[in-house]
Design a protein around this ligand. Structure first.
Ligand SMILES: [Zn+2]
Length: 158
């Protein structure tokens, strides 16, 4: 006989298949299961700051003057110069007041247990040394567009 009880609905959006663990450089986010390239790993929740002056270690520029301060677990994503995932959102009409929904997209196949990483793409004046270990590591956590604008003393330190 079939069980007539309805099974509890699983809310994938608020319960992404990731977990937060300690890493040598602080907390990191790890995959609970395999993801395929272009999978949505999870939706990012957080606080929107519509203030051009707002900045923090974790905030994401989501277009216009708005930034998103992500909640856990995704605020703990670490930087890698060869990241396996990326914050993504659908661009809205320019005059729209709506806030885009941001999600974390897998850039390639990711194995269960692998650490999820993103490219912070920081401006040159915020750059700090990078120790991500990727073959293509830039040496600095900095956006590729501004790597030539690193202050001279940072350049010499490379
Ligand atoms: Zn690096």
């Amino acid at each position: 006989m079939l069980n007539s009880e309805t099974s509890p609905t699983t809310d994938c959006e608020s319960d992404p298949a990731v977990n937060v663990q300690s890493t040598p450089i602080g907390k990191g986010v790890f995959a609970d299961r395999e993801f395929r390239a272009h999978d949505v790993i999870g939706w990012i929740t957080g606080k929107i700051h519509d203030d051009p002056e707002y900045g923090s270690e974790y905030c994401i520029d989501i277009g216009g003057t708005a930034t998103l301060e992500p909640d856990a677990p995704f605020r703990f994503l670490n930087h890698c110069c060869e990241p396996n995932s990326q914050f993504t959102w659908d661009e809205l009409e320019e005059d729209s007041d709506a806030i885009p929904e941001v999600y974390l997209l897998a850039l390639r196949d990711i194995e269960a247990g692998e650490q999820l990483t993103i490219d912070y793409n920081w401006a040159a004046d915020c750059a700090i040394p990078c120790h991500c270990g990727a073959e293509t590591c830039r040496g600095w956590i900095v956006t590729l567009d501004e790597i030539d604008q690193l202050p001279a003393k940072k350049q010499q330190a490379r």
